[in-house]
Design a protein around this ligand. Structure first.
Ligand code: PEP
Ligand code: MN
Length: 336
């Protein structure tokens, strides 16, 4: 961190800042300038909380040189992390993973049929939500633990690992019992208590970017999980909220290559929640893979018109078959 003093700061004020830095167990290195004095802070392992310093007399601003994350950064860990789930490997150098299934688990038959169709088309992981974060309280909230059973059963019968969202710490035990991958949704990206508990489980985690989270906040959220000793984290870009209303969200594809530069964790893309429109899902799935995503997560429903959640952005069996054909063609072209 660099502390920039006011033009008018007195020698006493500079000294007080130095003492405050030293009281935090860090070293202060004053850098006198013609216009103003700056104080370099040395010896910190990561981000320094600047609350005390910022409020001292004579301080103009604190400039952070180090980031609020470290364990997830490539500087700290240059080798790419490959997340293993059974025989499946997600990350650099591996064929892109395809996670597919309905937004929410509705009935055993719906899950069976979804599992059969995504497996036949070549998906690697089955998705389905049992605990649903809905915008309004009158919408279908998910089947809860009953849904987890249907998901697990459909996955087992079709040889697919399963992923489902956990919204609260109290659901964690049940979700870990049934799911191979825990999903932390966009709305919970900064539920720090949940992130810590998810970190303690050691279970693979798919962390979705919050809809108004900066990249730095996204990586800092992943840091919470890794800081608990769980590095089996897969990041997921799912679109952010912008002024544009023609699509449900705005898919921020540029973060894919950027995250690959900045972090060693795998990054996948969810084109379904990003666009909200079925017709856009194939194009954005392919764009994500060309941008370097380690996989995609796509909503697929046996009967999208009757889906209890997110039907408009869900592909049906035929649509998903076509998408998978295109994805295979693209993988060949990309040399996977
Ligand atoms: C989901 O994947 O079902 C979901 C709710 O997505 P998000 O958290 O990205 O809105
Ligand atoms: Mn959904």
């Amino acid at each position: 961190m660099l502390i920039v003093m006011e033009h008018s700061a007195t020698a006493d004020q500079v000294r007080a800042v130095q003492e405050a830095v030293e009281a935090m167990g860090l070293q202060a290195a004053p850098i006198p300038g013609r216009e103003r004095t700056a104080i370099g802070v040395l010896g910190n392992q990561g981000y320094v909380d600047d609350t005390t310093i910022r409020n001292l007399a004579g301080v103009r601003e604190c400039i952070h040189v180090s980031k609020p994350y470290k364990l997830v950064s490539r500087d700290f860990h240059p080798d790419s992390t490959i997340v293993a789930i059974g025989d499946l490997r997600i990350g650099d150098g591996m064929p892109p993973v395809v996670i597919a299934g309905p937004c929410s688990i509705e009935t055993p038959e719906q899950m069976q049929s979804a599992a059969r169709m995504v497996k036949a088309a070549g998906a690697n992981v089955l998705r389905g939500g049992a605990f649903k974060p809905r915008t309004g309280p009158h919408s279908f909230q998910g089947l809860g633990e009953k849904g987890l059973k249907y998901l697990r059963q459909a996955g087992d019968e079709n040889g697919l690992p399963v992923i489902t969202e956990v919204m609260r710490i109290e659901q964690l035990e049940a979700v870990c019992r049934y799911a191979d991958i825990l999903q932390v949704g966009a709305r919970n990206m900064q539920n720090f208590d949940l992130l810590k508990e998810v970190g303690k489980t050691g279970h693979p985690v798919l962390l979705k970017r919050g809809m108004s989270a900066t990249l730095e906040e996204f990586l800092a959220a992943a840091e919470y999980i890794v800081a608990e000793g769980n590095n089996r984290v897969i990041l997921c870009e799912r679109g952010i909220r912008t002024f544009e209303r023609a699509t449900r969200n705005t898919l921020d594809l540029s973060v894919v290559p950027l995250i690959r530069e900045m972090s060693h964790l795998p990054i996948i893309v969810d084109p379904s929640h990003a666009t909200g429109r079925r017709s856009l899902v194939p194009a954005m799935s392919k764009a994500a893979l060309v941008a370097g995503a380690h996989g995609i997560m796509v909503e697929v429903h046996p009967d999208p018109a009757r889906a209890l959640c997110d039907g408009a952005q869900s592909l049906d069996g035929g649509g998903f078959d076509q998408l998978m054909d295109q994805v295979r063609g693209l993988m060949n072209y990309l040399g996977h």
